[in-house]
Design a binder for this molecule. Structure first.
Ligand code: EPU
Length: 343
């Protein structure tokens, strides 16, 4: 079933809370609606969104905005004894994770609390606490708006990387509309606790998916603003991956101690690159809690830019974005790139 509304306010549909309009808002409940939808939007600008938790609208959207309400969910056990979950693109990711965790199913608990829907999680390859959506995805079903046909992608063909995928590639923008995602949860995998202080957060309690989920939710709540209370899009910037030479420069600028102990948090990427947390770089610039007008750098996690008063304009957000990028560039010579998609 397709429903549509003209001149629609997108404020409840973007977690930044931008007060912007689109020409038409279209929702659909079945993948079978997509051929008709491609006719409806033909010749118009259009945008498919999920939970709107990784978007920044820069102004009114002069086109159609589409949202999947494909909500069916099926579970089965495959020949290897693994749990196979096929979820509609509109299923809220955290509701699926909760269902798995309370039923004692290992796998997705580290992704607890991530806002957004199943379709977007497969496009974005969402990740947290050492786990990424791609670790469980077996197949992504889409409608191809170019060839007007249904297609299926095996996970190996989705080109997944850190917050990247085939579906996010420039030439594919607007092309593949995710309808269903199939996840496989291998019960022999057990918990993944080696990221940050997750291990210590679960120390002393029985190791169950539910307890790990609760620990992750508590850790998130202690440093990330709740998108239902304060507008943001989670991490605004990606963590930069730099060469060893650039890393050496950062170490010197961070005035590392003479006894050779490196104080710069970093994670090796392959043999010749290092990932440095953007949060640390921004923090070093003294920007934690910095605010101007209606916008602020979140005081508990500087990777997040917030619509502090709920009245921020898109220009104020991008103004803060530019300021953070400039400060980090001036201090460390590293250019941060937004994770949030600008529309
Ligand atoms: N740090 C500081 N100052 C701070 C906060 C952090 O210096 O105020 C440093 C610390 O060294 C800390 C490091 O930054 O160890 C990394 O911080 P944290 O683990 O909190 O964040 P992150 O690893 O950079 C990523 C994801 C988050 C995800 C967490 C947990 C990105 C861009 N962000 O953050 O994802 O929840 O890991 O796995 O990769 C999101 O995508 O919206 C998101 C919140």
């Amino acid at each position: 079933m397709i429903s549509s509304v003209t001149k629609f306010n997108l404020k409840p549909y973007n977690t930044f809370g931008m007060d912007v309009m689109c020409n038409r808002w279209i929702e659909y409940t079945s993948s079978e609606d997509l051929p008709q939808i491609s006719d409806m939007v033909f010749g118009n600008r259009y945008l498919f969104i999920g939970g709107g938790s990784n978007l920044l609208f820069l102004g009114d959207y002069d086109g159609d905005v589409l949202h999947s309400r494909i909500l069916d969910l099926s579970m089965s056990i495959d020949g290897d004894g693994d749990l196979v979950v096929r979820a509609g693109a509109g299923v809220v990711m955290d509701e699926l994770i909760e269902q798995c965790a309370v039923n004692g199913i290992w796998g997705m608990e580290n992704l607890s609390g991530i806002p957004g829907e199943v379709g977007a999680s497969a496009v974005q390859n969402v990740g947290a606490y050492g786990v990424e959506a791609k670790d469980f995805i077996r197949e992504v079903e889409c409608y191809d708006m170019l060839t007007l046909s249904f297609v299926k992608f095996d996970v190996r063909d989705c080109k997944y990387g850190y917050r990247s995928s085939l579906f996010k590639e420039k030439q594919n923008k607007g092309r593949y509309v995710v309808t269903y995602v199939t996840f496989v949860l291998n019960q022999n995998r057990g918990p993944v606790l080696d990221y940050g202080n997750l291990q210590s957060a679960v120390a002393g309690c029985e190791l169950t998916p539910r307890n790990v989920r609760d620990a992750v939710l508590a850790m998130r709540a202690s440093k990330l603003p709740s998108v239902t209370e304060i507008g943001s899009a989670g991490s605004f910037f990606k963590n930069p991956v730099v060469s060893i030479e650039e890393f050496e420069r950062v170490k010197q600028l961070a005035s590392d101690t003479a006894d050779g102990v490196c104080t710069v948090p970093h994670y090796p990427v392959g043999n010749d690159s290092v990932k440095i947390p953007a949060a640390w770089l921004i923090d070093q610039c003294g920007l934690k809690g910095y605010h101007t007008g209606n916008v602020a750098v979140w005081h508990l996690q500087p990777l997040v830019i917030v619509n502090a008063t709920g009245k921020a304009s898109p220009n104020e957000i991008t103004g803060m974005e530019c300021h953070v990028i400039e400060c980090v560039k001036n201090k460390f010579g590293i250019e941060l790139h937004p994770e949030v998609e600008h529309i």
